[in-house]
Structure formats: C-alpha cells, structure tokens
Design a protein around this ligand. Sequence first.
Ligand SMILES: *Cc1c(COP(=O)(O)O)cnc(C)c1O
Length: 377
Amino acid sequence: MNVPLLDLKGQYQKIKDEILASVHRVFEEQQFILGSPVKLLEEEIAGYCGCKHAVGVSSGTDALLISLMAFEIRPGDRILTSPYTFFATAGSIARLGGIPVFVDIDAESFNLSPDKLGEAIDRLEKKEKNHLKGIMPIHLFGQCADMAPILEIASSHGLFVIEDAAQAIGSEYLGRRAGSIGDVGCFSFFPSKNLGAFGDGGIVTTDSDELFSKLQIFRVHGASPKYYHQVIGGNFRLDAVQAAVVSVKLKHLDQWTRRRQENASKYRSFFKNEGLEDRITLPHEKGSRHIYNQFVIIAEGKRDGLQRFLKEAGIGTEIYYPVPLHLQKCFSYLGHRQGDFPLSEYAAENSLALPIYPELSDDQLSYVVKMIRKFYR
Ligand SMILES: *Cc1c(COP(=O)(O)O)cnc(C)c1O
C-alpha cells in the first residue's frame, strides 16, 4: 500500500470546476496585481480569523517580514522566539538586522514555553532589555501556543506579539482564532499548508487600523500615494490568481479540518489498539482547536530507523525539523551550542510527522500504524 505524506491531487479533483471557473474570471479580466480577488480574500480571511483586517502578501515568510517592518525593527533589536520552527520565523528577524533571542519549547506541545520566556527576559542584561521589542510565538503543527501567559509577559514588558500562524489557520485558543490573539497574525498559503494556494502566497491579519495601513504601504515599496515613498518597503503583493484559488478553497477548509481531526482520533485509537502507547508519544492536544497541519509523533531513539522502515513500506513521513535554529550554520554568530535548548534538540532528534491529510482512507491510516507496530517487533 502507498501512503504519501501529502497528496493534493484528490483534493483538486473534487473542486476542479470551482477553481477553474474562479481563475478563468481573473484570466478574462487580465488584472493580475492585487485588485478585487485579493480584496475579497482579505475580507474572507479577516472574517474567518475573527479579525478586523487582513493584507494579502507574497508568502508566509513575507508576512513575517512585513509585520516586523511595520513594527519598525532596527538592527540590534531583540525578538523572542522558538528555535524549534521553520527557518522563516527567525530568518525574517535576522534579515532586518534584528537578533533572535531563542527560548526553549514546552515538552508536550512543542510550542514556545511561557515559563522559559519569563526566565529568558530576566536573564537579559539591561542593555539588551532596552532593545527588546517583541515576541514571535509559533502555532506549531496547527496548535496554538499558550498565548494567555505570553500576552501577559508581552504587556508587562511593552512588547509586540506577532503570531507565526503559518501552520494554524482556523486553530483556536480559548475560543479565539489564531491570528486574532496577538497584534498581528501571519499565515502562509504554501501548498502543503491546510489552506494552500497553487504557488506561493500569504496573508497578515490584524485588528489595528494603524498597522493595517502600514502593512498596505510596506507591501507596495512603501509608497503612498503611488511613487511617493514614505518608507522603504518591498514588493510583497499577493497575486490575484492565487487569491482566486484560495477563496475557493477557503469554503472547503472547515470540512477538510474536520477530516484531519477525525484522522488524528483514528490514529489515536489505532495506536492504542496496537499497544504502541508506551513506545510512541502521540501529539498532546491541549483543549484548543488543533487543526493538524501535521501529526507529529515522538519515536525516542528510533526515529531514523522508523522513518527508513516506513519508507520501505511505501509510507511517506517527514522530519520537522532536523536541526533546531540555534544550531544552524547561518546563526553560528549568535554563539549557541548543543545543549542550550535541550527540549528543542530532543524534538529535532526524535520527532516524525505521519500522513494526516483529509483524503486518507481508514485502511491507509491503519496500515501506517500496523507498519509502525511491525517495526517495533
Ligand atoms: C510555512 C511556514 C512559514 C513560511 O511560509 P512560506 O509561505 O513558505 O514562506 C513560516 N513559518 C512557519 C512556521 C511555517 O510553517
């Protein structure tokens, strides 16, 4: 049996007519830059996330970058974030000359640990504290970070909060949607995200009128009006064609999310039935709306062997992420070493993402678990 990590072909076949009709309208209009499809998607996403505004941008990475630009990050500014995430979170800080201040994760959720966040701030020297500007928590794998204590710490130190919600569209924390909890939320329409475009794209959400207008200006080279540049921005625009695709897919998102959640529950019962619960640690769901962009298990000490075994059995898996950011070559100038963030290092060494996409059949899910049991025998 073949179980790829992700297969978008089945999803496309089901919505093909709607998608083709939607992009066809854009082709007929020949208005490819921003315009009504982008504006429509911005309104839809703002509504979906429970925010006042949304600004379509060129990628999830650019969503992060433009948000930091809107907060006027300058060289030497410090931003607290997790080392266990996709590169873009810390990469965007460093590209503006900012310094990512890494804080280790919570052992169960893999998200930024609020306790360690407080400790990290206490450890900063006074000079560093003066340059501390914000916090960038990541809602990793589709589950919100523990935002209440993070917001409390942010407000007591006067810090902004940018949610990296690239993997978490529609996920909730205490009844609030990802992207509506901090000052801004950053989403990605990268094809493997739960709401993917047919190429690159992203969006920023916010309740702030001031940030909304800044984001719109930074998106078009800082110009307002056209050719009168107030600030140095960039070309961070979302294509109309991508917006037209994403608008169609958004209508199906809740149904797909339900399927992902059902797949997660099925995995849980299959793992239990196979008696694998003491060998494998399953993802902890902490009472929020987890949207399962990824279903990530911990296979302590055996991850690489398990991945090879599953590959032989026709099962696709992925390691998110094999090297925590503090140990990346490009960040060696920060002076970190192995052991600095042990829980992030542990997750990087032992975690494995299993297929979880909506179109998987029960047979495929049970096959994955059966093969894992075979490996452990
Ligand atoms: C995918 C992702 C991004 C970047 O999104 P792109 O659209 O690929 O630029 C940023 N942060 C996280 C956590 C992601 O998963």
